[in-house]
Design a protein around this ligand. Structure first.
Ligand code: FE2
Ligand code: FE2
Length: 111
């Protein structure tokens, strides 16, 4: 999930950065949709709450990316990347909850 950020971090061009941002959002949407499908298929009881967290992350990432349009190009991109990294790293902890559920119930192949 963090792969998209590596390309963001290398770019200092606003246009390319925006394109990378859209690719990151598309990647996150696909990742979250797949994860939610796996959770539903395996009867994870907290899937609705987890899906709300995914939606909140997407909203936050979009807000951060939109915010850099008016920011200093270099500083704005660097702080946006940092903010997005914190958001995604923070969510890895939320993902641990369903991974523990899968492990306890001996289910296969969480997202
Ligand atoms: Fe998740
Ligand atoms: Fe995930």
């Amino acid at each position: 999930m963090l792969n998209g950020l590596h390309s963001l971090a290398r770019e200092k061009d606003q246009f390319v950065f925006n394109q990378s941002g859209y690719r990151l959002i598309e990647h996150l949407m696909a990742h979250f949709a797949h994860e939610e499908a796996v959770l539903i298929r395996n009867g994870y009881p907290l899937v609705d709450a987890h899906a709300i967290k995914h939606k909140d992350i997407l909203d936050d990432v979009k807000t951060i990316l939109e915010g850099i349009v008016n920011a200093d190009p270099v500083d704005g991109m660097d702080s946006a990347i940092l903010e997005i990294k914190f958001l995604l790293l923070d969510h890895l902890i939320d993902d641990l909850a369903y991974k523990n559920f899968f492990s306890e119930h001996r289910l296969c192949c969480p997202g």
